[in-house]
Design a protein around this ligand. Sequence first.
Ligand SMILES: Nc1nc2c(c(=O)[nH]1)N[C@H]1C(S)=C(S)[C@@H](COP(=O)(O)OP(=O)(O)OC[C@H]3O[C@@H](n4cnc5c(=O)[nH]c(N)nc54)[C@H](O)[C@@H]3O)O[C@H]1N2
Ligand SMILES: Nc1nc2c(c(=O)[nH]1)N[C@H]1C(S)=C(S)[C@@H](COP(=O)(O)OP(=O)(O)OC[C@H]3O[C@@H](n4cnc5c(=O)[nH]c(N)nc54)[C@H](O)[C@@H]3O)O[C@H]1N2
Ligand SMILES: [Mo]
Length: 763
Amino acid sequence: MTQFSPHAAHWGAFTAEVEDGRLRAARPFPGDPNPPTLLASMPDAVHAPTRIDRPHVRRGWLDGDRRGGTPRGGEAFVPVDWDTATRLVAGEVARVRDAHGPASLFGGSYGWASAGRFHHARSQLHRLLAAAGGYTGQVTNYSFAAGMTLLPHVLGNIATIAGAVPEWRDIAANARLMLCFGGILLRNGQITSGGAGRHEMADGLAQATRAGVRLINISPVQGDMPASAAAEWLPIRPGTDTALMLGMAHVLFSDGLADVDFLRRCTTGWERLRDYVLTTGRSPAWAEGETGIPAAQIAALARAAAAGPTMLTATWSLQRAEYGEQPFWMLTALAAMLGQLGRPGCGLSFGHGSMNGRGAARLALPSVSLPPLPNPVQAAIPVARLTEMLERPGGAYDYNGRRLEYPDTRLIWWAGGNPFHHHQDLNRLLRAWARVETVIVSEPWWNSLARHADIVLPATTTLERDDIGSSSDDRFVLAMKQALPRYAQARDEFDYMADIAGALGVRQRFTGQRDAAAWLEAMYLRWRDACGRLGVAVPEFATFWERGAVEVPAPERGTVPFAAFVGDPAAAPLNTPSGRIELFSATIAGFGYADCPGHPVWQAPREYAGAALAARFPLHLLTSQPATRLHSQLDQGRVSQDSKIHGREPIRLHPADAAARGIGAGEVVRVFNDRGACLAGVRIEPGLRQGVAVMSTGAWFDPEHPGVPGSLCVHGNPNVLTQDVGTSRLGQGPSAQSCLVEVARWTGALPAVTVHRPPEIAP
Ligand SMILES: Nc1nc2c(c(=O)[nH]1)N[C@H]1C(S)=C(S)[C@@H](COP(=O)(O)OP(=O)(O)OC[C@H]3O[C@@H](n4cnc5c(=O)[nH]c(N)nc54)[C@H](O)[C@@H]3O)O[C@H]1N2
Ligand SMILES: Nc1nc2c(c(=O)[nH]1)N[C@H]1C(S)=C(S)[C@@H](COP(=O)(O)OP(=O)(O)OC[C@H]3O[C@@H](n4cnc5c(=O)[nH]c(N)nc54)[C@H](O)[C@@H]3O)O[C@H]1N2
Ligand SMILES: [Mo]
């Protein structure tokens, strides 16, 4: 018998077609103009051989091995029953909490998990650990940590990243020029955190194209804009966007094109930035040397932008790099110099090309969410300082004006994220990972994280439970109805965590005395009330569940960010110390950080084409989001698997770079630097800047010798190569895009990729 259930994932809403307890297909959501290609991978993932069928414990850990034991990752796992797992986990949590204090429990657990907002693994884990006495958490995110720390100082909030931004329809109607730093990535537009009923990036971009907006793709990769956008391509050297923007600012100031009236009314500190640009010679000729873009072209770009109306946008990747605060600050400064903030379809955004829903028409409504429990411990690290935290217990570090101390981590519990996917310099992480006593991992799959755990708790996938999908970037709230029976002994996070909470004596506090069904209704009602207060009527819960989705209407007119402020800066000030856009921030200057001074500056990264290290590692490797997956999720699926070359993750090389090394398309190469090495399959791509190589993130980490730091990743996870340093002391974000490598043809026998089969299970 075939059944159809409405459901959702981060890549979008769909209908689950199920026959005899197996997912046959994920069918596109009716009304989605651009359904995601990733849907095709869902049956393979849900029924993958790597599903975890019951709780497991690493053999050495069961034998008493804690700190100083074998690095994790290389040992067999022993299956145990849920009663044993519950007792072991509760026992460890209580032991570490009582012996070392709750801050020694690391429960930051960063990651995307799945779309459902109730069975959201990380949110459930946070509730459990908060109920049990507290934990060390994580602040900011891998996506835009530098931007989200910087922009509140400069603009008073992060609305330019995550709030209302100029809408595509207004851009189409008003802008004549749109500069897209990092392009507009339709592949990234497949994703909305929490799920989406409509994928709108392609239509938005098409609207602008049809309206004749002149689109410029400023990126090392021509394909960062689809051919249909007919964009001009400025092949910039990675990591040098700030230099390009400074060169443009030089032209605006020296040619009298900067909107001084706007700068006086709406900004503070602009003269200091102007003096820096002019007296330190940040001219187009100088910028040409850094960016590789001819000075005349930089000057022409500045003049075209001043002629306007102009929209500026940059992808989030620009700030996942050393000094990643600078391009975001400087683009804000450039927007201020152009003086077009506050006009419809003009001004500034970050991420029009990074995620679905940015620039789509929508009301500013909250999303459905699970209320957190307050964490009794005031401890959290910036997400990307994970390895350093493990390396330096009690060590001091700087972050956004504060001097903080790393906790003494004894226990890690991760649910709904994968640091062996997302973190940089995985060999360094692997060494640091050996320093903790116990690692607990909740996962549906035997992925690279589960393999590096001591206690593995098998989670259900969303298709095995009821939930609600929702995002503030989408107009739909989506019923996610259970479509499959629970796999083997896998359990919902809420259920097994309630038992663990029970063993810790805090069941009621964790569950809030509700079961899952009551929670879904309560979460929906909370959202419905919030909508009601904003004058938006949405149906009862029963009607929503019955229909499978609620659509909130699109507003008739787009919001115009900064309009009120620009109209009267005194009456509608920004939430900054001066009430204005801070092109010089006394607050930031007061922190005294050489790596992030009081106004935007050019600082040469340690790793980019202009660095000394480029003599040994001449290729700049970009590690972009995958078109074929969401991060490491769905790597088992056919869309991802079909893209591999001899089973390896592709690396894209410029024809001249490949030829210079005697490398041909379809061959396997070793990609390496001083931090590590991986294999990859070669694709030749003329539309790259020469000297730039590109790999997507997310191929499951598959070390040739599991548990041995430094061994070759035979599959192609580029995070064995990337650099683990903070963007600066201000944001402490990840610097994944600042990475130099060399490649060489692989001539040996090809080691098998084994990570998509379960690890060794002890009898
Ligand atoms: N080099 C490099 N590295 C990067 C980036 C980059 O640009 N370059 N980008 C960074 C960015 S922006 C991000 S956001 C991160 C993403 O990093 P992550 O969010 O950690 O990546 P995911 O693969 O989405 O991990 C989610 C995990 O949750 C699991 N999961 C799914 N559903 C459930 C569930 O119901 N229960 C449980 N327990 N688990 C579940 C999945 O199997 C998966 O292992 O990566 C970062 N890493
Ligand atoms: N299909 C798919 N979509 C996704 C995701 C996914 O895993 N899969 N992940 C989602 C998540 S969590 C996030 S945070 C967003 C991330 O969104 P982004 O940060 O925008 O995504 P990236 O793909 O890392 O980078 C976009 C482009 O920036 C270019 N780029 C890199 N470095 C530079 C530089 O120095 N200068 C310039 N000018 N360009 C540069 C690269 O060529 C790359 O193609 O994507 C989201 N969308
Ligand atoms: Mo992200």
